[in-house]
Design a protein around this ligand. Sequence first.
Ligand code: PHE
Length: 347
Amino acid sequence: MENSKVEDLLSKINTLLDEAGTKINAADNLQILEALRVEYLGRKSQLIDILKGIKDAEPSQKAKLGQRSNLAKSQIENKIQEKIKQIKEKELKAIELQEEIDISIPPSGIKKGHKHLITTTIEEVEDIFMRMGFEVHYPYAIDDDYHNFESLNIPPGHPARDSWDTFWTEQGKIAITHTSSMQNRILSQQKPPVRAIVIGRCFRNEATDARHEHTFTQVEGVYVDKGITLPDMLGTLKEFFSKYYKKDLAVKFTPDFFPFVEPGGMMSLSCILCNGEGCKVCKQTGWLELLGCGMIHPKVLEMAGIDPKTYSGFAWGFGLERLIMLKNNINDIRLFNSGDLDFIKQF
Ligand code: PHE
């Protein structure tokens, strides 16, 4: 075969390749691509015709043309595959767009929930104390021995530790037993006057019953300044409880022992149900014992870098659930964390 004819055939293959490429690019659906495959790669395609026409060529010419047309075939096939991929991706995108879910649209037919009674009460309590000039702190749920015990004048081995049995991590950390765990931090971080409350979850290794839970909320108070005395504490707490229960209440202090206060005691409130007359809830005494409190122990002040000769202060801690139970006539503390919707929905 003449070399010029071989050149002709080669350039024809190139032209076919270009032509196929343009058509494949322009194709916009899979049927057209299939038709193009038949046209350029099928048994009756021009490429096959070319190969049939070189039977009488020399082996080297045959090899050259054969290689070139094989290359052209695979290039066309690749182009078709590439285009099929593009078309399919485009189709998928269109479907995705159609089915796209807008998560910002509010659900219809689902009733909106509301804040839990504990949350709304925390907000209410914070509001009352903030108006009285207290700042609000939150405890670490997991803290160390120093903050939960030692800085509160409860050294290792102190028998008072038995009153605060709790859960320990393998690393020796503690699920806090009281919000007093923040006293040392608050007192060592600012100079008096200090007025702060701490609200947060506490944990105890309790046998649970209607009055005891392993997880509960405490409200701690710390007040330190020059010349602070026990009547200041009673006045502060009387003010708070009268605001929370929306009635004028009397308070009473009964001595009791906590290692971090001296004197320490329990504070009682005139019974909010019978106004001190005597009823079932206050066991006919007219008083409800509500919280532990006292004048901050000089050692606790010292450990926080405050000179007990210049400053004095008081601290208290009460359980938030108990307060709510009395206000709302709830008779089982376990209801708060029970997840019982009938209970939750009432408030
Ligand atoms: N932290 C004590 C408790 O949990 C309560 C308390 C706080 C008592 C502050 C006195 C002063 O029992």
